[in-house]
Design a protein around this ligand. Sequence first.
Ligand code: AMP
Length: 143
Amino acid sequence: MTSGYDSNNIFAKILRSELPCHRVFETADVLAFMDIMPRAPGHTLVIPKAAARTLLDVTPTSLGALILGVQTVAAAVKTAMKADGLTIQQFNESAGGQVVFHLHFHVIPRWEGEAMRPHTAQMAPVEELVAHAARIRLALDAA
Ligand code: AMP
């Protein structure tokens, strides 16, 4: 059920361990890692392991595992980052704002009165990504 899936996209390479990531959560079906250009500190991406370009290309089974992964990671991100709330985003095709063409959900912690940074605006320092990934993994271990 994949339309126009390019197996050389960045997230496919991360799944094949050809590119590194700051991993926070993994199951047989789902991988979660830090967004390298976070819209807020702790911004995490959750992706299915199965190839799918957009939300319209994923099988029901893979989507079920993915959305459960999103909920698990969202709870850990909120706890770890002491957030007041969460924004969950998911973009489809260029017209919908998608930049990487492997289905993914954004989990973005939010604090009262604090705006999100623009999409893909600035790379975070590696030390920050490492520290936030560690905090989120601790929250997952404690859950
Ligand atoms: P979009 O496809 O519009 O949902 O956005 C793709 C997201 O992937 C952006 O938020 C990027 O900052 C993020 N991103 C791009 N390359 C990487 C990478 N190598 N590791 C982690 N996040 C990435």
